[in-house]
Design a protein around this ligand. Structure first.
Ligand code: ZN
Ligand code: ZN
Length: 413
């Protein structure tokens, strides 16, 4: 057998080009803050080359490493788990204030921390969330152009394709990432323009209807999600406050908006496992009353879920509602990716925690108080989980109480 690269270098280069030209739409003179796990170095190098070719001033990679993360859990003193490098995130916030763009490569082993003490995991997550706040606010507030793309970590690939040898698993995951990211076609830039236009048709229709709530029904689910006052649906390409129209997520299939943090009621069951910071949480069932989760359980990862809900007042309330047809290309692969960037684009979903200010009419100029008054949620967390499937029907409810079919059996009605 000959040694071959399991990751097609031509498609990898196209992914880097799409990340820079479509994802970020990087402008000459912009700095780029790039975070990635060490394993994604080949993609980081291609992105840096395309970014400099596009006129980047300085491309600064910031790497994490899974072995180093594990050594913390093995060796560090207990106090370590309440600490986080706040100076780093303050520096990132400062870079964004100076109009730096942000690119993250999502390539984590979803089970990296599965064997670790849930208490340490949640303390470390909380410390990071708090320290990350200055940087995250500028991203969720859409101050600057940002983008997330993905890369096939071998450990992740083996989880997705457990029966394949590692090289073949990496190859299959790479091909799935390339297909979902629309870089396996001759002209990925044109393919993205067409895709963005289709998403725009969907959110234009939803905005025209101006529903006051959505009602979900299906197995284990009877849920009414009130939408925030003055909410606005978005999807695909979107303009940041710095005037640059970027595509934050690659891939993306969703149209999404801000639910009303105090007007969600009923019960809902997750339809795919949620991979959260190295742990899998499966078969989530929650009950909402007046927007707040009053009971929650899961067949797997329940301890982590309950810890997440304890993060702060906003962590029991919704910050995002997103619609994705069951026939989306990512869903059609039938692959469970154990990575939110992909799985959230295979199914309609909701997110606990922080809302996107940008999902309000006139959003980015609203004060935090105005956003809260309109029903926007505030939290240290933003965690998407999947509630859509081919068995879910969704109705839009208008201000006068009329019902309009939005989705039937998981497809646009
Ligand atoms: Zn989403
Ligand atoms: Zn989300």
């Amino acid at each position: 057998m000959t040694q071959t690269n399991p990751i097609d270098p031509v498609k990898l280069d196209r992914l880097a080009e799409v990340a820079v030209k479509v994802g970020l739409r990087l402008e000459p003179g912009q700095d780029l803050v790039l975070t990635a796990p060490m394993v994604a170095l080949p993609l980081v190098r291609r992105i840096a080359a395309h970014a400099y070719r596009a006129g980047a001033a300085v491309v600064q990679p910031i790497f994490s490493d899974e072995e180093i993360t594990l050594s913390r859990y093995r060796e560090a003193r207990s106090e370590s788990f309440d600490a986080a490098p706040g100076w780093l995130y303050e520096g990132m916030a400062k870079a964004f204030d100076g109009n730096a763009a942000r690119l993250a490569i999502s390539a984590e082993n979803p089970l990296l921390l599965a064997e670790q003490d849930p208490d340490k995991v949640s303390r470390a997550n909380r410390a990071t969330s708090m320290a990350y706040r200055p940087a995250l606010e500028r991203i969720t507030g859409f101050d600057i152009n940002w983008n997330i793309v993905s890369y096939p970590n071998p450990k992740w690939a083996k989880l997705v394709f457990p029966d394949l040898p590692e090289d073949e698993a990496v190859h299959q995951l790479a091909e799935a990432i390339f297909a979902a990211s629309r870089v396996n076609v001759d002209d990925p830039i044109a393919a993205w323009a067409a895709h963005n236009a289709r998403l725009k048709d969907r959110w234009t229709w939803l905005n025209g209807n101006n529903f006051s709530a959505l009602h979900y029904s299906g197995p284990g689910t009877d849920l009414t999600i009130g939408l925030a006052d003055g909410h606005r649906w978005k999807g695909g390409a979107s303009e940041a406050k710095n005037g640059i129209t970027c595509n934050p997520n690659i891939p993306t299939e969703e149209v999404f908006t801000t639910p009303h943090a105090r007007r969600v009621s009923g019960h809902v069951r997750s339809t795919k496992p949620l991979s959260h910071n190295g742990t899998l949480i499966d078969n989530i069932e929650v009950v909402f009353e007046e927007g707040r989760i009053v009971s929650a359980r899961a067949t797997k990862g329940e301890a982590v879920l309950l810890k997440v809900l304890e993060t702060d007042e906003g962590s029991r309330r919704l910050g995002e509602v997103a619609l994705v047809p069951h026939s989306s290309p990512i869903s059609s692969t039938g692959i469970l990716f154990y990575n939110t960037l992909f799985d959230e684009n295979a199914a309609s979903h909701i997110a606990l925690g922080q809302c996107y200010a940008d999902c309000f009419v006139g959003g980015t100029s609203l004060s935090p108080d105005e956003i809260a008054t309109r029903g926007g949620n505030k939290s240290l967390i933003h965690i998407d989980w999947m509630i859509g499937s081919d068995k879910i029907d969704i109705d839009g409810i208008t201000a006068t109480g009329a019902r309009v079919p939005v989705m039937r059996k998981g497809e646009w009605a």
